[in-house]
Design a protein around this ligand. Structure first.
Ligand SMILES: Cc1ncc(COP(=O)(O)O)c(C=O)c1O
Length: 346
C-alpha cells in the first residue's frame, strides 16, 4: 500500500498546437545541435548494450567545469532523482530537517515518502531567506538557490554561514537555476565537507526531456549517493542521455549564448510587466514571480489560459496572488504581452 506517498503535481504538459508554455521553466530553445548528432550516433551503434553504471566519463566532464574530480560528481536521472537519493542518504527519520515554507514543492513529497520530519522556516516579508533560522538544524538543511518559485538568489557568503553553522549535518543547495544567477556554491566544496550542490541539465542546457541531473560534493558524500543508487538501479542513465548530456557540456559557446539570451529577455520582461502594473521579484532564474496590484492572479491565470498561454499559479498562503512566468523566446514573450494587453487595462 502506498501509505506515505503524497505525489508531486507537475505543471500541465498540454501537447496541443499553438500553446505558449510558460509554466514549467523549460528552456524555450532547443539543445546544442551536437546533442542530437551524438544521440543519433550512439543510437545507431550501441543500444543493444547496457550503459555505463559508473557514468564516469560524464562525471569527469562535469567535474572539470567546477575544478572537481569524477569522484566529486554524482549523476542521476534528473535532479529530482538526485534529490530523492540525497534525502535517503543524508536525512534520517528521527531528525528534523529545515527548508523554507515557500520553496520547491517536491521537498515535502520526499520528506513524507522517506518519513523525515521537517521544521519549515518562514521566509521574510520580502520572500528572502532568513539565514540564521537555518543554523544548527537537527537533521540537515535543503533549499534551492535561487529559490523557486520566488526566483530570489541568496549570496554565497550567507550560504557559507548556513554551512558553517550546521557542522554535523549536510546542507543541500539545489541549484536548478544557478546558471541564470550570480554564481554556484560549488566553489565551497573544497572548503566544507558538509555541502552538497545539486544541478540539472533541464534548464540552462535545454535537456528537460533527457533527464540528467547531478550532485557535486566531497568524495564521501558522493560515495554515499552511489551506494543508494547501486542498491536501487545500476543503470539510471541510459546511453542516449549520457552522450547527449556530454555533448551539451562540451558545447560551452552554445550554452553561453542561450543563457545570455534568456537573461536579456528576462530583464526586458520584468520591465514590460512593471509597465503593466505588476510587481516583480528580482529574478536570477529563467522565470519571474509577479503579482498585480488590481488583477487577481487566478483571474489572470484563467484569462491567459483562455488565450492559450500557460503560466503557473500556486494556491498557497502568501503566494496565492502571484504568477510564475517562465521566460520564453523573444517572439513568445511578444505574443504574451500582446495577449496581456487585452486582459490588463493600463
Ligand atoms: C528547484 C528545482 N529543483 C529541481 C527541479 C527538478 O529538475 P529536473 O528533475 O528536471 O532536473 C526543478 C524543476 O523544475 C526545480 O524547480
Amino acid at each position: 500500500m502506498a501509505k506515505r506517498a503524497t505525489p508531486y503535481v507537475p505543471g500541465l504538459q498540454l501537447n496541443e498546437p499553438n500553446i505558449i508554455k510558460l509554466n514549467t521553466n523549460e528552456n524555450p530553445y532547443p539543445p546544442s545541435p551536437n546533442v542530437m548528432d551524438a544521440i543519433k550516433k550512439e543510437g545507431s551503434n550501441h543500444l543493444q548494450l547496457y550503459p555505463s553504471s559508473t557514468t564516469v566519463d560524464l562525471r569527469k566532464t562535469i567535474g572539470e567545469i567546477y575544478g572537481l574530480t569524477a569522484d566529486e560528481v554524482f549523476i542521476g536521472n534528473g535532479s529530482d532523482e538526485v534529490l530523492a537519493f540525497s534525502f535517503m542518504a543524508f536525512f534520517e527519520p528521527e531528525k528534523k530537517i529545515r527548508y523554507p515554507n515557500i520553496t520547491y514543492s517536491f521537498y515535502p513529497v520526499y520528506a513524507t515518502l522517506f518519513n523525515i520530519p521537517v521544521e519549515t522556516v518562514e521566509v521574510n516579508a520580502d520572500f528572502t531567506l532568513p539565514t540564521d533560522a537555518f543554523f544548527n538544524s537537527e537533521g540537515g538543511v535543503i533549499f534551492p538557490n535561487p529559490n523557486a518559485p520566488t526566483s530570489l538568489y541568496l549570496p554565497l557568503d550567507e550560504i557559507e554561514g548556513i554551512i558553517q553553522n550546521n557542522p554535523d549535518n549536510v546542507v543541500i543547495i539545489d541549484e536548478a537555476y544557478v546558471d541564470f544567477a550570480e554564481g554556484s556554491a560549488a566553489r565551497l566544496i573544497h572548503k566544507y565537507d558538509n555541502v552538497l550542490v545539486i544541478q540539472t541539465t533541464s534548464k540552462s542546457r535545454s535537456l528537460a526531456g533527457l533527464r540528467v541531473g547531478y550532485a557535486l560534493g566531497n568524495a564521501s558524500l558522493i560515495q554515499a549517493l552511489i551506494k543508494i543508487k547501486d542498491s536501487f538501479n545500476s543503470y539510471t542513465i541510459d546511453r542516449l542521455a549520457l552522450v547527449g548530456a556530454q555533448a551539451a557540456f562540451e558545447d560551452r559557446a552554445y550554452f553561453d549564448r542561450v543563457t545570455n539570451q534568456i537573461v536579456n529577455t528576462r530583464e526586458d520582461v520584468i520591465q514590460r510587466l512593471q509597465n503593466f502594473g505588476f510587481s516583480v521579484l528580482p529574478s536570477q532564474t529563467n522565470f519571474v514571480f509577479a503579482t498585480h496590484e488590481t488583477y487577481a492572479a487566478t483571474e489572470l491565470y484563467a484569462a491567459l489560459k483562455e488565450a492559450r498561454i500557460l503560466v503557473r499559479h500556486f494556491d498557497q498562503p502568501r503566494i496565492e496572488n502571484y504568477l510564475r512566468i517562465t521566460i520564453g523566446t523573444e517572439e513568445e514573450m511578444n505574443v504574451f504581452f500582446e495577449k496581456l494587453k487585452d486582459i490588463v487595462k493600463v
